[in-house]
Structure formats: structure tokens, C-alpha cells
Design a protein around this ligand. Sequence first.
Ligand code: B4P
Length: 330
Amino acid sequence: MGPSEIITSIPEKYQSALSSTELRFFPSEIHKVEDFGVEFEVRLCPALQEKLEPKAEARATSAAATGKPKPFLPPYSPNLYVGDLALEDEDGTSEYIVLLNKFSVVPHHFLLVTKEFQPQTSPLFPSDLVQIYQLLLAARQENRHFIAFYNCGPNSGASQSHKHVQFIEVANGGPPVEKLTRTANLEVSGKPFAIPSLPYANHVYRLPALSTDSTPAELRRILFPPLLSLLDLVISTVRHDPDYPSGLPSYNIIMTLEHIHMIPRWHETYILEDSDTTINVNSLGYAGMLLAKSNSELEQIKKVGPGKILRGVGVESVHDLQVAGLSLEV
Ligand code: B4P
């Protein structure tokens, strides 16, 4: 299938997966919380407590050693499987499958998964980027607004160890953080920048207008150098902190047709003071979309503030260091 066929088949596939009961939809409601110039959308979804598999357990299920089913390897459930995608790129052919998210909080949430096992700790490759943007462009052609996100590394919020990029539908104006990002007035284009008002390290690249007519080679030339420079910045940022855990870095990536955002991560969950509650944060949190699985989590998020939570699981912003004259090596 091509990217356009995938996008057009998602609504029907979603409906039949829902009727089959294999896809579970968890109703939720959005609460707006203003913080650091962003109107955060905190999605209250108590029904997710019924999803009995917490992250640590899901990771174990996903690990090769358990002998339990691995959800992103065949045989795929016919109800969740949308199609195969193959990308003829300069590097040869890369193969992917598209699956509907089995645990859907937002309808039509889908996953782009590598056909062969690759670890979720590996960076995005040029072919991944091209495939992601072909899907985002195909959706925009249908006048639908999706963002893609990638939870990379052990503390990024990922629970499945097989490389997968997720796609979620958002409102016309994009996710909450994108509205703030759009207001950044860049002195020079074609360079990464940070949103200094946000209380955590963040690195962003503003993309030129992309076209559905672009060839894979053109998309690769436009998209891959920015991704590499953002990754360099993430690595430089975490190196500024001598206490950052050794080993592979963790980070979140949010991809829209306008920007690529990359946010280094330190911790997987935010532990609330004076309570046993923990808040799980994945890439969507940094898009301005947090998840609360109970009313008490929602109240705590409002009380503590999304910015403090995101700073707590992220890394200190090095913007102040840059302003103070300490440059980052890129
Ligand atoms: P990961 O990258 O490993 O982790 P995640 O998105 O944080 O989801 P997690 O599984 O930890 O779920 P959580 O309860 O926190 O992604 C794995 C993906 O594969 C997930 O989308 C998962 O649902 C899906 N999956 C697992 N087994 C599968 C199978 N057999 N077949 C197909 N897909 C499978 O969060 C629950 C859901 O809410 C997640 O989808 C999460 O992405 C989403 N979510 C989180 N914050 C949200 C927000 N603010 N708004 C809307 N949705 C949100």
C-alpha cells in the first residue's frame, strides 16, 4: 500500500477493529491548564486503569526473553493490521507495517512499525523520516492533521521495545506546544533553536514547506540533516549534566509538517511529593498533551503545574548557559 491508501483506509479499519472488540477505546475528557505560555491539554482517562498492563510489564511482554507474544511481529491481528509499506530509498528498500493502536484514547491512533525487529533505542533513520513525512503529507492532502511522535530510549516513556513511531490526530492548529513554537521569530532560518520560555531543555527545527510531490531522496535531503543536528544538541545537552545516567540517551521526538521537536529525557515518570502517585510522560506530554489516569492525578497535575512535571522528567534547559556564554558543541 502507499501512504495515501493507508491514510484513507484508517477510519474504516478503525471502525471494524472497534466492532471486533480487539481494539479497545478508552473514553476521556480534556482539561485545559495554562502554564509557561502553553494551554496544556490534560486528558483525564480513568478507564485506562482497566488496562492492566503497566509499562514495566508491557516492556517485559515485549522483551524477547519472555516467550510471550510480541505484538509488533507477525502474525498480526487482521483487525489491527492496516497494511505494509515499502520505501525505495537511496539506501535500498525499508519495510514497515502500519498497525492500529490496540489501546486507543484518541480514535484513529496508528503505529508505523519496522517489519524486522529494530530496537526502540535506535535513532530514526533517513528512511524512517521519509516514511513518516509521506504519511503526514498524505493525511494533510485529505485535510486531516496528524502529528508523529517517537519515544526513544529507556526513560522516554516507551513500553514496547520494537521500533515504532506513533501517529495521532490533532486539531487544525496542531498540538498546544506548536502554537507557541510558531510564534518564535527566527533571525536565521535553517538552524535549530530553543523555546527559552519553556522550563526544560528543548531543541526545535523549523522545516521548509514540504510537498507531496517530493521524491524520497528530496525528503531525505530536507529532513535528515535537521534531525542529526537536533540529535547532536540532545547529546550535548545531556553531557552538560555530569549526573545524567550513562548508556544510551533517552529523548522524545514530535514531528509536524512545520517543526521537528527533540526533548532530552532523564526520568520516565514524575513522582509527586507527599503521595504515591506517579505521572507517566511520553512525547505527547512535550507536545502539550498530558495524560491523567485518575481525578487525583489530574488535580496533582493542576497543582504542581505541567511545566514543573515536564522539567522534572526532562533535563535542565541549557539556554541560560548559552546566554551566559557557554556554547554547546554541535
Ligand atoms: P510506547 O511508545 O511504547 O508507549 P506509550 O505511547 O506511552 O504507550 P503505553 O503502552 O506505555 O500506554 P499508556 O498506558 O501510557 O507505545 C506503544 C504503543 O503500542 C502504544 O500506543 C500502545 O497502546 C500500543 N500497543 C501496545 N500493544 C499493542 C498491540 N498488541 N497492538 C497494537 N498496538 C499496541 O497510554 C495508553 C495510550 O494513550 C497509549 O497509546 C499512549 O500513546 C496514549 N496517550 C498517552 N498520552 C496521551 C495523551 N495526552 N492524549 C492521547 N493519548 C495519549
